[in-house]
Design a protein around this ligand. Sequence first.
Ligand SMILES: *Cc1c(COP(=O)(O)O)cnc(C)c1O
Length: 376
Amino acid sequence: MNMESIANSGVQTLSPYQPGKPVTDIQREFGLEHVVKLASNENPLGPGNKAKAAITGFADDLARYPDPNGFALKQALCDAFDLHHNMLTLGNGSNDVLVLLAQAFLRPGTNSIFSQYAFEVYAIATQIAGAQAKVVPALGPDSSMPLGHDLQGMLDRVDTNTQIVFIANPNNPTGTWIGAKELQSFLDQLPQNVICVLDEAYVEYEGFDDTPDAMNWVKQYPNLVVTRTFSKAHGLAGLRVGFAVAQPQITDLLNRVRQPFNVNAIGQSAAIAALSDDAHLKASRDLNRAGMQGIADIVQGHGMSVVPSAANFIMVDCGRPAQPIFHALLKQGVIVRPVANYGLPNHLRITIGTQEENAFFAQAWEKVMQMNLAAS
Ligand SMILES: *Cc1c(COP(=O)(O)O)cnc(C)c1O
């Protein structure tokens, strides 16, 4: 009996998401004590003190199910962003809400549209639903945003079977972004029966001017869904909390699909605390800005260039296959992220770390650049 033959057709050909390598794997594999992970766009400062305080003392409460409606977290989000409860869907990370969107709106015979080099989860969520992925070529080297989303090209691909257009702003793994004017013009032209999912996982880094006020735009556009996460700038990736903002009609549909207890109790409390911790957000942003320039300076030269980034990572074009460089860095105790699975075999994505982590990376990078990798 071949079990794959009875699986859903999309699942049969699915390749799972490739996560960054965990520190413990590399310590074991190479017998290293000190390993720096700059591979998953986590906040190098960790959670803020307010979030840490909120999660202590939880052990005694864990026999209870979490609040299935996340009332307190939704209230905190409403207060922070001027929203209403009926516009919010909470998720086990924003990955969860991306999959909920696909489950609610995609099915065989329909399609979703996203850019070449866009976040891998859009392709996976589309495929699980058995829908077709229409991948639009990224902007070329002569455009103002090489490797970025071609919004006009995406509009041109919309057909009668298109249900969702996924846009990441800024995008992972490229770090590219879209300004408010351009995005608004796109939304004005998108048919109202096609949903625009705007993934703002890195928007808190305020890495570019002319940032769209997209959560507010939701009130104008019944087909706009904005997704956010506590995993990146808020430093809570381990707790898995994200959310979607949309008008009540879409929100109601997403909440029908959602598991009743999809966001755990500790995560809900930590997220509420994180929302009020402006100082931690600012420290995270400042550290990122300073580190970004430093990393860019280090990796440029040796015939390599960087892709300008508005997020907490930077992609370097090694000008040659990146895999040997990735491996040599691992042996030095530095984990970065190869992006060959995105069709970028010459690029590496490097998350900005603490000053100490960046310095450790810089040392390892210089060492690796001295090696004759082709011969080793
Ligand atoms: C990291 C990331 C997410 C989601 O992360 P969660 O931890 O599931 O919230 C979503 N979109 C992009 C573009 C990301 O890079």
